[in-house]
Write a protein that binds this ligand. Structure first.
Ligand SMILES: Cc1cc2nc3c(=O)[nH]c(=O)nc-3n(C[C@H](O)[C@H](O)[C@H](O)COP(=O)(O)OP(=O)(O)OC[C@H]3O[C@@H](n4cnc5c(N)ncnc54)[C@H](O)[C@@H]3O)c2cc1C
Length: 290
């Protein structure tokens, strides 16, 4: 596998610490960490790996890796998958493009509708997979088509065929390779105001000075999970190097040297207390990878 993929220009690392590739800065070594640079190499990888265990990682801003790492291959789409282009009101980008770059290109071309993305880290691939967004605006609204790899075949899927929901896309068994957004042309004055408002709010309410993975839990219907955690008196609670943020109840921060097991203990504790106090079952938003 190493020889074949290297011949396609892929970068292959063995026993690579996953803490380097996620915003939580937590995680043991992966057997293999492979950067795939183009479609040909991706197809070759899928052929070679057929039946083998692998996981697609992008920006790593919504994941928790195990302290033991990952037995198998972690792959990241780079190279050609980081290309972006604009034609009239459409932006076409590889799944490895950063959300901040999509927003920047949109503004440069007077294309509006993605302002809620301001301050959300990560890439287009991760965002489409999890239907990333704010309370009332999701990335799915701007999508026209998504190109995916499934069972060794490339497919172009129209938005109407994708069952998007709250932080899910139904694309669980696919590798997202490219996304086409269709946006509205408009004056961007309103956009800039919205963007600066969003960024100010994030700076005030999120613990951005410490490693974290965004919201830990999904909001239960009609409730803010951050407020529930605050009412349960759990803000600031620590286990090892992990702490429920004092600023935002739905964030866990790595205060230094946190282990995945510390974060998981806090997650279990929150679930238990919220169930006891409010009879609500919480569901994690972050992906826990073993
Ligand atoms: C400070 C902070 C604030 C955040 N704020 C928000 C917010 O306001 N709203 C929100 O929705 N999220 C938020 N997040 C979470 C996160 O930033 C988003 O979900 C982001 O879109 C994830 O993208 P990523 O590239 O980092 O994905 P990753 O974390 O790398 O992956 C997330 C999931 O997507 C899958 N995936 C990634 N790429 C692909 C691909 N090419 N094909 C198939 N599957 C793929 C992975 O397997 C994994 O299951 C925040 C995170 C942080 C740290």
């Amino acid at each position: 596998m190493i020889k074949t993929l290297s011949s396609f220009g892929c970068k292959i690392l063995k026993d690579e610490p996953l803490s380097k590739y996620c915003s939580f800065k937590i995680g043991g070594p992966a057997d293999f960490f492979i950067e795939i640079l183009n479609e040909q190499a991706l197809l070759e990888f899928l052929k070679v790996m057929s039946g083998g265990k692998f996981y697609v990682l992008s920006g790593g801003t919504n994941v928790l890796f195990s302290d033991k790492g990952y037995r198998g291959a972690i792959i990241r789409l780079a190279g050609d998958f980081r290309k972006i282009s604009v034609l009239e009101n459409e932006i076409s980008c590889g799944s490895g493009v950063l959300l901040s770059d999509v927003l920047k290109i949109a503004l440069e071309n007077d294309l509006v509708g993605l302002e809620y993305m301001a301050g959300i880290p990560g890439t287009v691939g991760g965002a489409v997979y999890g239907n990333t967004g704010s309370k009332d605006e999701w990335i799915s609204a701007a999508i026209k088509t998504v190109e995916v790899y499934k069972n060794l075949r490339k497919e172009l899927v129209n938005k109407e065929e994708i069952v998007f929901g709250y932080r899910k896309s139904g694309l669980e068994n696919c590798i997202i390779s490219k996304v086409n957004f269709s946006l509205k042309k408009d004056m961007k004055n309103g956009s800039l105001k919205k963007i600066s408002g969003n960024i100010r709010k994030r700076l005030e309410t999120q613990p951005l000075n410490m490693p974290n993975a965004g919201s830990i839990f999904k909001n239960p219907n009609g409730f803010s999970v951050g407020k529930l955690i605050e009412e349960a008196g759990l803000k600031g609670k620590c286990v090892g190097g992990a702490q429920i943020s004092k600023l935002h109840g739905n964030f866990i921060v790595n205060t230094g040297g946190a282990l995945a097991k510390d974060v998981l203990t806090l997650i279990d504790l929150v679930k238990e207390r919220i169930k006891e106090k409010f009879s609500i079952d919480l569901e994690t938003e972050i992906k826990i990878i073993k």
